[in-house]
Write a protein that binds this ligand. Sequence first.
Ligand code: NAD
Ligand code: MG
Length: 383
Amino acid sequence: MINIALLGATGSIGQSTLSVVDLHPEKFNIFALSAHTNWQEMLRLCNAYKPTFAVMTDERAAEQLSSQIQGGTVVLSGAKALDEIASHEQTDYVMAAIVGAAGMASSLAAALSGKRIMLANKESLVLAGGLFMQAVKDNNAELIPVDSEHSAIFQCLQGGHSGLSKIQLTASGGPFLHTPLAELETITPEQACAHPNWSMGRKISVDSSTMMNKGLEVIEAHYLFDLPTRSIDVVVHPQSIVHSSVYFEDGSTLSQLGNPDMRTVISYAMSYPDRIISGVPALDLTQNSPLEFYAPDFNKFPCLRLAFESLEKGGSAMGTMNAANEIAVSSFLEGQIKFLDISIVIEKTLEKARHFHPDTLDDVINNDLNARTIASEVVQAYA
Ligand code: NAD
Ligand code: MG
């Protein structure tokens, strides 16, 4: 039995992970679960999966859960408890599916304790990619991407990097691919969250609509596959059937295809190097014609440009960009700023924040906090 600590159990990736676990009860055991505030859903999950530990990072939610829970599950509270379950000696695999910078410390704790990390929380790599990859290496952790593009590239690189010339991340282009720039002015949170192909949490849905998601993924790919910016390319592919491609110098290109459903990606991370059923039906190419590909529009989607620039600049720029994006997206979702202000908040925060090279986790955390303060001030100017 493989013991899984599922961080972010109540989210979109969390739910898909549980649905794959449901198909393989003889292989996987839910050892620990975490959620932030939704203790009612956590109570339901504890009754169904009987984990050893349930973490509610919000302390009041933890009290509510404790008062209602029956059976042997131990309820822990606070962010530190995430590190505890991620590094627990009985934990085999950690599904890192918390959204945002809040997921970084526990992903790192899993790396430091040599676990298999199934990494959905791309923000961990954007914030602390260097430290994170070093921790993976030093502790013989196994890092398997849980992002459809990176899983595709990981699968295409099973033969190694020999002759690799570039990787190409596909981007759906989000809900506004064909919307004229002038109409983006009045986009509402509901429109931004209505992704044409993928059903996801609200933050990543907004990131997809601004194409910041692809920007974060370029940085994620840089660290995961140890490639320079010039070897990472983006192509818009509205059907989300080709999940990404790897180009080799002999003229060969390998791509991974499938229906846009994260259960394929999650089951691969859980079963690697084997494959198991995921509940996703086989792809029918005749039902998905034509497959289209376009160059990305950096003018219409300035967030993608900002991500490439931050990666080139290196150091604290990526963490600053990520923090500013989180503040800008939540301000947009709360109706404080407009859709087109998101990239402006990020760009202004990048201009104002001090640029340096974070050497320690404390540096990363301080930069994140500092950038959030700056971004919140910029938001006030627009609200
Ligand atoms: P979601 O919003 O649906 O779920 C987020 C989870 O994180 C919830 O369980 C929530 O309780 C928890 N959480 C939120 N804030 C927290 C905090 N401050 N502290 C601790 N826990 C907190 O998000 P999602 O769509 O499942 O995405 C999760 C991660 O996976 C993100 O990093 C996202 O970029 C990545 N990802 C998601 C998809 C997808 O299809 N949904 C695809 C690729 C990558
Ligand atoms: Mg992705």
